[in-house]
Design a protein around this ligand. Sequence first.
Ligand code: ZN
Length: 740
Amino acid sequence: LPCCYDEAVRRKGEKKTKSQPPARRSRLAGWVALAIAIALGAAGWLVLVACGRGSAPGLAGSRPNVLLISIDTLRADHLGAYGAKAPTPVLDRLAAEGVLFEKAVSHVPITLPSHASLLTGRYPILHGVRDNGAFRLAETQTTIAESLKATGYQTGAFVGSFALDSRFGLDQGFDLYDDFYGDTSEFNDFAISERPAAAVLERAALWIEGRSATGWLAFVHLYDPHAPYLPPASFTGDPRSDPYTREVLYVDDALGRFLDRLRSAGKLEQTLIVVTGDHGEGLGEHGEKTHGMFAYDSTLHVPLILSWGGRLPQGRRISSRARLIDLAPTLAELAGTDPGGYQGESLLPLLGKPEPAEDRESYFEAVAFNLNRNWAPLTGFYRRKLKYIELPLAELYDLEADPGETRNLAEIHPGTLRQMGEALARYVNQHSTEQSRAIETTEVDEETIARLKTLGYVVAADRTSKRPERYTPDDDPKRLVALSDMLDEGVAAHLAGRPQEAIRIFREILKRRPNFTNVHVNLAYVLRESGRLEEAIAVLEQAMTAGLTTRTLLGRLGLYLQEAGRLQESAVLLESAIKQDPSHAEAYNYLAVTYARLGRTANAVSMLEKLLTLDSSYASAYSNRGSVYLGAREYVRAAENFRRALEIDPRLASAWNGLGVVQATEGRKAEAISSWKRSIELDPRQYDTLYNLGTLLTQLNRFEEAIGYLDRFVQTAPVDRYGADIPKVKRLLAELRARV
Ligand SMILES: [Zn+2]
């Protein structure tokens, strides 16, 4: 037999008999194992489990609690245990007490698809989630939480950012999916809602403390090292380190407090701790600042540490390749559940092997920029020491001789390059179905175009798609890095309050590369933020008629048309968006508002109900439902919905406005004023709130205060939406000024 009983575990006095055949194995595996066990006798059985079934002795079916910690954007080489100059004491200690995988790899340098792989044990080409935001993990997929829950585990998830919001489907199998990261009030193209590690860990600790002794899975997602690198002001780690490193050190520090708390509560004794990352960060290597564009080891090499006091070998470093898809089957085997359905393989056999095992092959991809920029899609795989990257300008690296991937061997070894390309094609075929690997693009259908035309909507005659049919070296991301940098500059300019500069940069990018889809979306966003709504609409319409439709673009166009009062067109586009993608959460919300403004109240409520089945923690859906009930004078139900919205997101300005209306209607004027003031504080563009505050204060004879709010209303409310109200308020203002 090729492997043997783990000496380290035996020396620690583990009982050999712990490798009982787990009760919940699949029938076939159980039969085979049992037959061979009878043939070999008890001693043979142990070895066989370790080798054939892939189990380190004593671990399969031992059902530990599992604390699965994913630190977003964490490069392996920024941990002391992986050779970083700055020590990360907490993570380094976990590694010293447990097992460290030196060559753990991610399959995609993007948060949502990578976590989908982590939780399902499958590659993106099979689970189907290829990018953030625009995908939802299908119900037909099975997460490790579902598998463990089916065997009696209690399951909780605590996520650090909107990227893993429950609406994207990773909540499958979790009793509690805590995605209350705060501000969901407004979409923002250039920043993502997140909460710091300490806040996520506080929620996780409370949940774990409430569990009985054994049988729980806690999945904890810490987002801090993701850009922008802004550790909490209270963190006083080494000020000499760069901002990214400081974020890593902050997470290490927060984790230390969390683990100490659990340890002193006795919650870690039966607990396997797994620490990993979803992907790394470019930090300028290969011209990539963040992640998502390329697939070098700067963004695919992640840490992987397993620690379980006394049960795993201590301080063991495993040099053969481990993959994120291997984690779910590892946990399933530990829990003694059916190991079926995973593309990964349990890591337990590697724990039982002191000698290096053969490196596992591993697929990877980076296709987000294909989806939203029309750049060439990147795929590739690791095979033994080689790494192959398929692009118009293909790449081949010998990772042993050149771990930094600085010498592309593609031209030196064309034969190997060709073989790797063929092997990749076979590998992809074996690990996906035609349907699962297809990347669907959004095209506006003919029926929608026809309906828009009847509304007088101008659809360009030339609808030939500007998407490349074949990708050339000019579509290779390596040649497009400069445009990525320009995009970053544009975003930075907007965030720094220089929208004109952002607009100029975005237009310049589109001149050079007109099919850069999400720059159209970004340009429209900045135009709209600058009050140039019609120009924003024009930008999106041009992109749509040029065949550059993504679901984001379609949803935004529907929203902006609604904001411009073009409600019929807005409805047609949003209906089309939902038809094409029934999991498009924003589209339901936008369409509900469009319907409500068209007076189609029942349709509006129905959209919100559908949205809340997709995502029961969608704060603004509750707020909008509250507004619909308010319109129907159902104050109790309205108030319930506003309160629910504010429980989820206390910063949701529209919900504060609605709650204020209910309070004012019920005669609780002081409470109404306080709710409305909160609304305005959170979002100065709540024009309804300005109007409400001004009129109520007028009724209360508090004229000077009223003048302040009404004046702001007149100055800032958009004419296309408030054209009828503005003259009335101006007359009222004149009267009030005459009185004070
Ligand atoms: Zn991420």
